[in-house]
Design a protein around this ligand. Structure first.
Ligand SMILES: [Zn+2]
Ligand SMILES: [Zn+2]
Length: 86
């Protein structure tokens, strides 16, 4: 899956245009930059009126969750290392 704006691979999270039939995906950062310049679909130039604000909130929640899980795993690893040493 490649971004329709920067042509680089997309992992998580991604955004699919919902206001047209194009099967395209973007990085959220790329589509936010694009939306500041133009409110049209990158491919077919139809007006893209999808709301990015909710998506940005979900995006931030996913990142918070990932950071939380990483911190949690680090703590578990630290505890495990301490147990192994003593
Ligand atoms: Zn991109
Ligand atoms: Zn389109």
């Amino acid at each position: 899956m490649k971004c329709a704006i920067c042509f680089e691979e997309i992992f998580l999270p991604y955004y699919k245009s919902s206001s047209c039939e194009c099967k395209i995906y973007y990085h959220l950062n790329c589509i936010e930059k694009w939306h500041k310049i133009s409110k049209t679909c990158v491919i077919c130039k139809k007006i893209d009126n999808s709301s990015l604000n909710n998506l940005r909130k979900i995006h931030n929640k996913i990142y918070e969750l990932i950071v939380f899980v990483i911190i949690f795993l680090l703590i578990i690893l630290l505890v495990f290392v301490k147990i192994m040493i003593y």
